[in-house]
Design a protein around this ligand. Structure first.
Ligand code: NAD
Length: 267
């Protein structure tokens, strides 16, 4: 018996990067996976095919997959995403709020619209999805699981990425609040905070050897992380092995939050 066999999971922003790796890993654990995507249908279809291939249990016993288009920042889209999943499968067990964007600009030059959009996707989107999930969990009884993808920047400041850092710190606060608010109803809410992971959001430095070396120089373990290393923690937190964990952040960052500059004593 696979540890997530028969569970229905919705992964937002599942067309690339960590979302894709997470969809695939959930299928490998026996879950049925709904993959939300915003604009990149071609990429989402790649995720869908790889998720199908990853299904590790006898297909007749389950392992369903579906694509659900929608912008998580839009309330009507989020309502429709949940309607489509619940119409197809009747229940949802796990939500992974993964969709996220970032934009770089000195804060004094940043347009308000750019700031708002990052907050809308990263924080409002997670709220809208979590709200629909909680409504469903309360309605059917028996609890449920919400997992949020923040970042080491939920605590580490990130100059020129102010809305990103603010959104991730906000998402941490949202997670902890929901965890406390609904613990009594069997709803667990946890957060994974990745460090520097090799995904499309980081093309600016992953594709440039000099910049990559600079980024990796700050990581005590000396390398960027892989999306699969984040997906592994999501499936752990979704499993019964994490049954007593709620309201927590797990940093998956190769030691980035340990402050690499202190590796060598000064005296
Ligand atoms: P990515 O760009 O590959 O993934 C982001 C996904 O979100 C994309 O598939 C994109 O289409 C989707 N998305 C964007 N706007 C959306 C919207 N409005 N509605 C639905 N989906 C939308 O990069 P990634 O690194 O895989 O990022 C996934 C998450 O991981 C993000 O929340 C990001 O902040 C977080 N994260 C990434 C890193 C890293 O180093 N890669 C580190 C910390 C946190």
């Amino acid at each position: 018996m696979k540890r997530l066999e028969g569970k229905n999971v919705l992964v937002t922003g599942g067309s690339t990067g960590i979302g894709r790796a997470t969809a695939i890993r959930f299928a490998d654990e026996g879950a049925n996976v709904a993959i939300n995507y915003h604009s990149s249908k071609t990429e989402a279809e790649i995720t869908l095919e790889e998720t199908k291939d990853a299904c590790s249990i006898i297909r007749e016993k389950g392992c369903r997959e579906m694509l659900v288009q929608g912008d998580v920042a839009r309330e009507e889209d989020v309502r429709r995403i949940f309607r489509e999943v619940l119409k197809a499968w009747g229940r949802l067990d796990i939500l992974v709020n993964n969709a996220g964007i970032q934009t770089a600009s000195p804060t004094h030059e940043m347009a308000a619209d750019a700031y708002d959009r990052v907050l809308a996707v990263n924080l409002r989107g997670a709220f809208l999805c979590a709200r629909e999930a909680v409504r469903h969990f309360l309605d059917r009884g028996g609890g449920g699981i919400i997992l949020n993808n923040t970042s080491v920047h939920e605590t580490i400041p990130k100059p020129q990425y102010a809305p990103y850092a603010a959104s991730k710190a906000g998402l941490r606060a949202l997670s902890r609040t929901l965890a406390l608010e609904y613990a009594g109803q069997g709803i667990r809410v946890n957060t994974v905070a990745p460090g520097a992971i090799r995904t499309p959001i980081n093309r600016e430095w992953t594709d440039d050897p000099g910049k990559k070396a600079a980024v990796e120089g700050h990581i005590p373990m000396g390398r960027a992380g892989e999306p699969e290393e984040i997906a592994a923690v999501f499936v752990f937190l979704a499993s019964d092995e994490a049954a007593y964990i709620t309201g927590q952040t797990i940093y998956v960052d190769g030691g980035l939050t340990l402050c690499a500059d202190f590796r060598t004593p000064w005296s």
